[in-house]
Design a protein around this ligand. Structure first.
Ligand code: PXL
Length: 270
């Protein structure tokens, strides 16, 4: 397989390999994309929980972004965990300098077990500064509630919250409906021209660690190849659903999804 495009991933490391930058690299790779990285934090965790979180110094994150993309220009950028205000300021500065247009932000706030991955002040700065820089934001329901102050109990509430996010300066929003009490999962894509609801079957499994990271990177991957954004969301959702359905059932807690669901081993290696 030839490399289809190149993306830069700005995110934290998950030592368990299911979420974070590990999920991002696996997802991009399995979709034929060359992945570059700027590591923002190192987490010690397994499928049961997070043991510790250490941020990478903001200037080192800035340098990773600038030095890497000066040499190999990414077609798109995915942003995940940004722990502090210092980090958001530096990421913002670097984005202004490298001038890449396609930016997908997964506003990571808490890990599956409930550990906080971002400070309160950083959330406020994200709202004030970073949201205006990105093409698409992909919050889950709790994240959308925190960013907008809207309590979300229905699809109508999701659309209302998406419109609020648009007013904060994000042109495209995908609110993920996995946390809504509904039979199917409804993910809602909103921009100033349209509202599209993607409905998927809900899978009865606890092995959903890393779904958010995986989805946002899958979307970034398709988008980086030139697919339209809404189509990229549709394909990203399809990839994650297939990853959940074929999850490898490993680990004692919330196990990872199957990032490899899109690939088959070439005959050469059998
Ligand atoms: O899924 C959110 C997430 C993002 N980034 C890192 C994580 C997690 C969840 O565990 O560890 C590094």
């Amino acid at each position: 397989m030839k490399i289809r495009s190149k993306i830069l991933i700005i995110a934290g490391s998950d030592s368990s390999g299911g979420a974070g930058i590990q999920a991002d690299i696996k997802t991009a790779t399995c979709l034929g994309i060359y992945a570059m990285t700027a590591v923002t934090a190192v987490t010690v965790q397994n499928t049961i929980g997070v043991k510790s979180v250490v941020s990478v110094p903001a200037n080192e994150i800035y340098n990773q972004i600038i030095y890497t993309s000066k040499d190999i220009k990414p077609n798109a950028i995915k942003i995940g965990m940004l722990h502090s205000t210092q980090i958001i300021n530096k990421v913002f500065k670097s984005l202004n300098e490298i001038k890449i247009k396609k930016i997908v932000l997964d506003p990571v706030m808490v890990a599956k077990g409930g550990s906080k991955l971002i400070t309160y002040n950083a959330i406020e700065l994200m709202k004030k500064k970073l949201l205006k820089k990105v093409t698409l934001i992909t919050p889950n329901l709790p994240e959308a509630e925190i960013l907008t102050g809207v309590k979300i109990n229905s699809i109508e509430d999701m659309i209302f919250a998406a419109n609020k996010l648009m007013k904060l300066g994000v042109p495209n929003i995908l609110i993920k409906g996995g946390h809504l009490k509904s039979k199917k999962v409804h993910d809602i894509f909103v921009n100033k021209n349209e509202i599209k609801i993607f409905s998927s079957n809900r899978f009865n499994t606890k092995n959903t660690h890393g779904t958010g990271c995986t989805l946002s990177t899958a979307i970034t991957s398709f988008f980086s190849c030139g697919k339209p954004l809404k189509k990229s969301c549709e394909l990203g959702i399809k990839y994650v659903n297939s990853a959940i359905l074929s999850n490898p059932k490993i680990g004692k807690g919330h196990g990872p999804v199957n990032h490899l669901n899109s690939i088959e081993l070439n005959k050469k290696y059998k």
